[in-house]
Design a protein around this ligand. Sequence first.
Ligand code: NAP
Length: 268
Amino acid sequence: MAGFEGKAAFVTGAGSGIGRATSLALASRGAFVWVTDFDKAGADGTVDLIRKAGGSASAIALDVRHEAEWEAALAEVDAHGVPLGVLVNCAGKNIITDTFTMPLEDFRFLLSVNVESAFLGMKLGIPRIAKSGGGAVVNISSIMGLKGQARMAGYCGAKGAVRMMTKAIALECAELRNNVRVNSLHPGIVDTPAWHKHSSDEAGMLGGATGAGAAPKLDAHEVAKTMVPIGVAASAEEIAETVCFLASDAARHITGAEIVIDGGMTAD
Ligand code: NAP
C-alpha cells in the first residue's frame, strides 16, 4: 500500500474508537495527522499515542456540527503548510429510541452530527485537497445506511444520507477532474467505546440486558454473537486498515463506492 509521506490527513471524531485507530494507522504510513474531536482530551490522547509510535500529529478541538469551527480548523491546516491529502469524516452518534416518541430535536441532532458534519468537511476540505494535487475522502457511514433497523430511524436516515451524499460529491469531483476520490465505509459492529456510551434503556431496546439501577451497557462482542454471521465484532484497527486502503493510491479507481465491513450482516 502506498504511503502518505508529505501529506496531511484530517480525521474527525479522532479522540476515540475508529477515528483514533485510523489516525494511528495513517500516521504509521507517514501522514501528518490532524487529530480532531469534540473531546479535546481524547484528541490529545491520540496525538500522544501517535508521537510515542514515532509519528507526527497535532490536535484540534472541533465540533463537526459548526461551519465556523471547520473554517478555523482548516485555516490552521493551511497555515501549517503540509498539503492536505486525506479527509476522514468519522465523528458520529447514534440514539436508539422509539420513533413515535422521539423528539424532533434528537432527530435533527443525528442529522447534524452524522450528515451535516460530512457535508461541511467536504465543502471546505475538498477544494484544499484538490489544490494540493488530489487525494481522497472517506466517510464513515454504517450498515445502518444500507439496511433498516427498528428504533434507529434517525441513525439509519442519517447514515443513508451520508451514503448518497458521498456518491453525489464523488461524481461532482469526477466531473471537475480534480483528482479527489470520495467513498463511504459501512461497518457493522465494531468494538469501540461508543457501545459503552449507550444508556441502559437503549441497551434494552437492542436486546441487551436492562433493568432499573443495574445500568447494563451494550457490549460489542456480546451483540456480535447474535447479530454478526461470523459471530465476532470487528476491531477499530480492522476498519482503519480499509480506510487507509481507500485513501491510498492503490484505490485510485475507486470512487463513489460503498465498502462494507460487517462480518456478513448485509449478505442475506
Ligand atoms: P466513538 O468511539 O464514540 O468515537 C467517536 C468520537 O466522535 C468520540 O470521541 C466522540 O466524542 C466524537 N464526537 C461526537 N460528537 C462529535 C462532534 N459533534 N464533533 C466532533 N466529534 C464528535 O465511536 P466509534 O464507534 O469509533 O464511531 C466512529 C464512527 O463509526 C461513527 O460515525 C459511527 O456512527 C460509525 N460506526 C460505528 C460502529 C460501531 O459498531 N462502533 C458501527 C458502524 C458505524 P464523545 O465521546 O464526546 O461523544
